[in-house]
Structure formats: C-alpha cells, structure tokens
Write a protein that binds this ligand. Sequence first.
Ligand code: SF4
Length: 396
Amino acid sequence: MLGEFTQLLGYSAHSLKPKLEALGQKSFRANQLLQWLHQRGCSDFEVMTDLAKSLRSSLSTRYPIATPVILKDHVASDATRKWLFDVGAGNGVECVFIPERRRGTLCVSTQVGCALACSFCATGAQGFNRNLTAGEIIAQVWLARSLLLDSTSASAIRLPDRSGADSFQGADDLADLVDTDEDVTTVKPISNVVFMGMGEPLQNYEATLEALQILLSDHAYGLSRRRVTVSTSGVVPMIDRLAQDCPVALAVSLHAPDDLLRDRLVPLNRKYPLDQLMGACEGYLKHAPRDFITFEYTMIKGVNDRLDQAEALVSLLSRIPSKLNLIPFNPFPGSNLQRSDASQIRRFAERLLSAGITATIRKTRGEDIDAACGQLAGEVINITKKRPSMDPRRLS
Ligand code: SF4
C-alpha cells in the first residue's frame, strides 16, 4: 500500500526500540516517533524537529513515503464511508467508517480475501490471497484518520440528526461506549476500531496483535481496550492466546445455534465445534475489558431464523453473558441466500429478549455503496477461487 513507510506504521514501541538502537539512537525516541506518525499523522520526517537530524535523515532513506493508492472512495447517503485500498498485485482491501452521533467506528481488514469460506460472506466467496502486515492494517487507520480530518472530508461525516444510533457489529450500546458528551464524529473521527472487515484476524495473529498494541498505545492512537473489538469466527486456540496477550473486546460470528447448521454456514465449526467455542468464550471473559461477549448472527431467510432456533440460541448462550447482534443478511452477487423478513427478525429478537438475552437488530448501513464486507473488493480483486452460488435448501 505505502511501501516501506507502511512497514514503519506497523511497528509498535516494542518493535521500534531495537531498530532505533541499531541506528545509534536512544530507545525513548520510539515514543516520539509514534506520536509524530500516529497522533499528528505526519509523514514528513523533516518536520519532526525534536528528533536528531541524523535520525530524520536515516528514516527518510529507510522509509520513503510513497503516495497511497485509493482505488475507490464512496460515501453512502447515511454518511457511511468506504474505501478500497490498493495492496498490490491487482488486489484491494476494504475499510469502512461508520459515523454515529457520539462515536465514529472504523472497520478494518486483516487479510486479502479469507480462507474460511463462510457461506453467507462475500469475502469468503473470493478465496484467500494473503495476510496483511501490521503496517497494512494500521495504514487503514492512519489513512482513514487523515482523510476524515481533511477539511473537505470532515463535512461529509458530520451528522445533522440522529441518523444511525443503531449498533454496528461489536460496537455496543451507545451508553457503554461514550465517555463524554463530546460529539466525537466532528473532533476525533475514529473513536472505535473493529477488526471485522475482510479476513479472519485470528488467522493473522502476529500482525493483528502488533496492530492492537499500536491502537492501544498512549503514544499512538490511545484507544481503550473497550473501544477496540476483534471479531472471530471461532479460532479457539487463538481466542485463548488473545486473552493472555491483549484482551480487547471480543465478538464472535455465531450465525447458528447448533453444530449441524453451523458446520455448513461457518465451516471452521467442523474443527472447533460450539462446545469448544463456548468454553473459549467463558475463559476469555475472565480477561475481557467488558463483562460480556458480542455474538453476531446473520439473519438468513428459511435457514437460521425460525423461533425454535431462537430457543436453541437461548439455551446455547445461557452460561455466557452475551449481547446478540442480529444482522439482516446483505445479499451479494452469486449468493442465492435471502434476507429474513423484517417481521421474522423482530419475532426472533422478541423471543431472545423475553428469555433475558440482550438482542439488537443492526440497522443496515451504507447499502447504496455495497457495504457488505468484501463486496467492493469483489469488483476488482484477482479472485483466487470462486465457489458456486449457494442454495439455501442445502443449509437448512
Ligand atoms: S465471515 Fe469472516 S471468517 Fe467467514 S469468510 Fe467472511 S471474512 Fe472470512
């Protein structure tokens, strides 16, 4: 995306220190450099005047800035903004900004494509190409922040009224997330980051971990662990590792209440079935910054939206403090699946609520700009494999 400069964006203080020492610099310079890069969004080493001239010169030689290539930049009628960033070889990754009155959530990608092939997912239908580096993950935040702070862009993200108080994946009830009355969408555009774009973050663990450390660093983005969410389809051993290494908020792509159906919707379930996944979630809660796990459940007509399936969900989640996001399926080309009817989604939610489970129906954002994960990239990506379109009868 940005060549060597991208690499530099992906170094946490821990990684930067030895590199600076190798250049004959004191390790504390790492924090200064992080501040310049991430807090001030600076890409010109010459203006970093509190760094020694010799260091500035070495940095310019080693990490020359290259112009980022943005393949697409779309703003939806509801102010959701979606970029497609060039990652070389004809591929792009998506990054989506969802402004709301009191927070701005950036959804980042961690892989080019995805190997896990969930049957309702546009990214999964494209196959796996490669992992992103930590620099390529953080570059999405870095670029989005600078584009949003740009005076022209800033007007595009202001919300005149209450358009969009509904929850977005993993970004939970407004009251839980907002620390002040400040309207963050106009002064600090990115208040929350969710790892829910293209790819499975826990299958690109080291890069995801380094990116998390940069997001949480007081010298970089300074986000609290509650404001950063990693979403996984259920890579059980890595959930356990994340709990030890960097327990941020956790979201789990569930989508089915039993193994039989989940094996088909989320093929990873065949390796880590629901009892193992639920066990990992219970273990994670001992370390998590929130006292619940967010579960995402895509509502697919005639596949997983029956009321007896809502009952099964209640029983599955009975031992885990949870919030459930019901996500109306976002159709994409090549998929024969259909979105559940609004009335059925409401009935499903009511059944959960009456059993004491917090369930929200996610408002669909950015529909006019193909905001379903992977849809925009699917238009340009060098597709490594294509699966035939899905038949809902094989899933029920
Ligand atoms: S839902 Fe997530 S894990 Fe599944 S195929 Fe799509 S990107 Fe991959």
